[in-house]
Design a protein around this ligand. Structure first.
Ligand code: LMR
Length: 396
């Protein structure tokens, strides 16, 4: 049995992360997978989440099943965080939201819903992409394609190319977009560009799926939700996946949300039913531990304020590392344009290094980044940033 089953080549991100783990060198640097590290190299367990976990554990509740859509308090918290409490879409109850297994779980359930509702539609994904986007939507039975996104010359968004590609699409095509902190490039659209894109989406009747995995890591929790809120305000009907893995440092608890913005409350209720049907077919219902903790933080003012402060501190540390690398490389390798470190934002940046340079960094210096040249900036700390800048200067 299974003789015909091919070996798994491994995931491009987890594979390099495992290579880093296996490296015995003490000065090795981990810029691979998207994990937020504190300046001492540890992955934080936030005070607000610990307090919420304790509070929930003390209640000694039985572990019965959650509803397929998850906890009501969690779902309401997601809507307020993603869309804003004042949002007309939130106020008029035309958003269907479920608690999901991280952002990835949200993409899967959303992909299943989309493919069933529009079986002939295809998905367009930025080039370059988070590889798993193609894998997830392909797994839902959706054919995936690429639209132009990154301009290596400017180290920013190829907005003209992107708009030209999207303008060609048939009505009801699915378009995967990152509202902030684009993975893998860190290059984001400006507010003006979002407005132009929203106009195009309306004109061409496209169906956007926004993947917001890094809310709070760019400019702020509200600022990073600009595209989501602008789209809702413009009357676009769309999907949003959001993740608490990074901004709650809660990776293994698999906490995320899927929201579908509908025409009216009746449509949102029908869509919620279909989302539940897909949850039931995929994994039946979400787990409760992390869900209760997140719901408690989102609904308890002191804990919420503590969380906002923690996100602010994470974002500030990322900014400091970006600036430090830029400053040091400007001195150490003035011929190498490191301005992407301060132009791009969020967890990731694209270094533009060649395969040879990336391999040399890995083998000679123990500096690990993805094969694409993507670095996960929070892997840099005051302890290793000078070593990183010097290693990079040595290979460019
Ligand atoms: C990443 O891109 O490194 C993160 O989103 C983690 C993952 O699951 O790939």
């Amino acid at each position: 049995m299974f003789e015909h089953v091919a070996p798994y080549a491994g995931d491009p991100i987890f594979r390099i992360a495992a290579q880093y783990q296996a490296d015995q060198r003490e000065n090795k640097v981990n810029l691979t997978i998207g994990l937020y590290f504190e300046d001492d190299g540890s992955v934080p367990l936030l005070d607000c989440t610990q307090a919420a976990e304790k509070h929930w554990a003390a209640k000694k509740l039985p572990r019965t099943y959650l509803p397929m859509e998850g906890l009501d308090t969690y779902r309401d918290g997601v809507q307020r965080l993603v869309f804003g409490e004042q949002s007309e879409a939130y106020q008029s109850k035309r958003i269907a939201t479920i608690q999901t297994l991280g952002g990835t779980g949200a993409l899967k359930v959303g992909g299943d819903l989309l493919h069933e509702a529009y079986p002939d539609s295809q998905m367009w994904i930025s080039d370059p992409a988070w590889d798993n986007h193609h894998a997830i939507f392909g797994g839902c039975g959706i054919k995936t394609n690429k639209y132009r996104y990154f301009d290596a010359q400017t180290q920013g968004v190829d907005f003209e190319g992107m708009m030209a590609d999207l303008a060609q699409l048939p009505a009801q095509s699915f378009v995967l977009l990152h509202p902030c902190c684009h993975n893998p490039t860190g290059a984001d659209l400006s507010k003006e560009q979002w407005q132009q894109l929203i106009a195009l989406i309306k004109e061409k009747q496209l169906i956007p799926f926004l993947d917001m995995a890094y809310q709070g890591f760019g400019q702020g929790l509200d600022e990073d939700a600009y595209a989501v809120r602008a789209m809702a305000q413009a009357g676009v009907l769309f999907l949003v996946a959001n993740s608490f893995s990074k901004n709650f440092s809660y990776y293994s608890e698999r906490c995320g949300g899927l929201s579908v913005v509908c025409k009216d409350q009746a449509a949102a209720e029908r869509v919620l039913g279909q989302l539940n049907a897909w949850v039931r077919k995929n994994y039946s219902n979400p787990p409760s531990h992390g869900g209760h903790a997140i719901a408690t933080v989102l609904n308890t003012p002191e804990l919420y304020q503590g969380w906002v402060g923690a996100v602010d501190a994470m974002r500030a540390r990322i900014h400091t590392m970006r600036q430090t690398v830029y400053d040091r490389l400007t001195e150490l390798a003035p011929h190498y344009d490191a301005s992407y470190m301060i132009k791009q934002q969020g967890m990731f940046s694209y270094t533009g290094l060649s395969s040879e340079q990336i391999l040399r960094l890995r083998e000679e210096f123990g500096v690990y980044m993805l094969d694409s040249g993507r670095i996960s900036v929070p892997g840099l700390t005051t302890k290793n940033v000078e070593y990183y800048a010097k290693s990079l200067a040595a290979v460019v």
